[in-house]
Design a protein around this ligand. Sequence first.
Ligand code: ADP
Ligand code: MG
Length: 696
Amino acid sequence: MNSLRRHEIKFVKGIGPKRAELLDKELGIKSVYDLLHHFPHSYLDRSSIYTVSRLSGEMPQIQLRGRFISFNTIGEGAKMRLVGLFTDGTGTMEVVWFKRIKIFKEMYLPGVDYILFGKPEQFNSRWSMVHPEIDTLRSTGAMQGLRGVYPLTEKLRNAGISSRTIHGYVQAALQGIRYINDPLPRDIIERYQLMPLDRAITTIHNPSTPEELNRARYRLKFDELFYLQLNIQRYSSRRDNRLIGFRFPRIGRFFNQFYNECLPFELTGAQKRVIKEIRADMGSGRQMNRLLQGDVGSGKTLVALLCMLIALDNGSQACLMAPTEILANQHFETISQLAAGIGVNVKLLTGSTRKKERDVIHRELEDGTLHILIGTHAVIEDNVVFKNLGFVVIDEQHRFGVMQRSRLWKKNTIPPHVLVMTATPIPRTLAMTVYGDLEVSVIDELPPGRKPVTTLLKFDTARLDVYKAIGRQLKLGRQVYIVYPLIQENEKLDLKCLEEGYRSIVDTFPSYKVAYVHGRMKPTEKDYQMELFASHKADILVATTVIEVGVNVPNATVMVIENAERFGLSQLHQLRGRVGRGADRSYCVLMSKPKMSRETRQRLELMTQTNDGFIIAEADLKMRGPGDLEGTMQSGIAFNLSIANLATDGPIVQLARTAAGDLLDADPGLSSPAHAAISNELTLLFNKTIDLSRIS
Ligand code: ADP
Ligand code: MG
């Protein structure tokens, strides 16, 4: 494999320096290794041929067999195009070329049999295909079995590189290689019944049957996940030996006094279990890295506070970092209220903290009199120096990048224990992949008395009814959120939408007070508006997604989400979590245009069917893929799986994880000669990747 990485593609027959440059720029293909790992995203059955008479509606790429009747050049200058009229005996198809007209005009002849491959489109009941791939019948050798369809870009297509061209390059590359060495040892190949690597790579580009293709794909998926697991587990087992952590065995005054005198309610069973898990970590002498998952409203803040108090009892300081100023404020208020009776010094540090207050904080942190620091990114700045930071809580981790989090590690000579809290449940396969063997605690129980939120999907046409229902809740003294999407690419338009919405709400509910927040406001203004709502001086809050996380107003019973079709599932779920926090029955209304894609409809309907964050996260992963999943890849842990799919390959993830673990148990340093090829492969695959197990 190593030498394949050194083979530049410009030397592959037919490619040359110019196209090599383009392939690199567009697809990142530099070496023969990259080319062979540019897998088809789908396959076409070359034996199935459509007829024009059977075409209808929205069609995928298909094959037609027939002849050209005529060619005509139409238009002038930039608008010039070549139109070939093609017939297969059942109907006609216009084949259109916009580029390299002269070449194509000479290349194809009327009266000769061709196979067209492309996406048919219909205009005014006439079918057409733009720049299809065209084969002569004589080259039908290539027509048997399945043909791979390769990922391409517009630029490549314009340069005349088609899926078929790529396939040709791959064949040329394969012919230039004698054999692809398999880094995996015999015993793994046998135990997991893997196709040899050489055959898997040849087969994925030239499968003759679906069964064979499946075995090839299985092997390549296994490899991808296996190396990923090795990389993650290799570091985390190394870390186990190396990273000494604080030992916090004591439960002392702070914890006990709080628990006995200030606890506002009985902890749920899940909260108790999770605190036990965290306590065990804190007492172990090794640094804790734990992910705390719990649906919105499950009571993570209280868990975090109790754990911070244990750290204080053992003579260290604690810090809680939140992704937004509003959230940091809210945590600060909750925690200082809860802990008011036990003499804990809690302070808030955000971007808008005044210099004078800031100076006090810096001084108290350094002399150790400040126990708990709560804040935004401001807390990781270099000039924030702790006397003895021992416990760090990171709320809603997906807003923080890896690098930012890693800076917290450096705030003490011994790395502090880290508890990452997330309300975005991560599906198991993904957690296993992204977090390796990071410890995970789950709060899977909501505090008692919580009523599930009723979710309704309403079209814009039913707006009056929705307003009537809102009016009824307001009359009962309840509060209402109305949320608008804010998508950065078109911030101006979004803002306009929000402003118009605000005005119409003010007009519709003249006797109620309406507060108003969006991301572009000054923090002081934002806080003022939020405070109006939180203190019930305002009845309605019109907002963008800045309220997504954390905001806690138990008297709010209605969450209206405008343009719900523009939100992802996890985001909708987060927003919905803002209501249903009090004793009253709550509602979430998803407003949308009646016209939407099937996928969008499925997404919105799922929201009306379940309140279970894990089901929603699984569905989100299946529908959108891990690349888009909130709370995971956005965390800055970027890896690209080229063939494995975390949503559907759960069983392979599991096997690869086991295989990697077994191998590392037997040979932790991968230093045996039998594993040299694996070790080498690992270095090559991940040499640019940050050591993520140190950070999560
Ligand atoms: P999240 O997990 O979303 O951060 P919070 O920590 O904000 O949840 O808690 C949500 C609400 O539930 C808060 O008002 C909190 O005071 C309350 N709460 C937390 N734990 C319990 C409990 N054991 N019993 C009753 N209410 C609780
Ligand atoms: Mg919270």
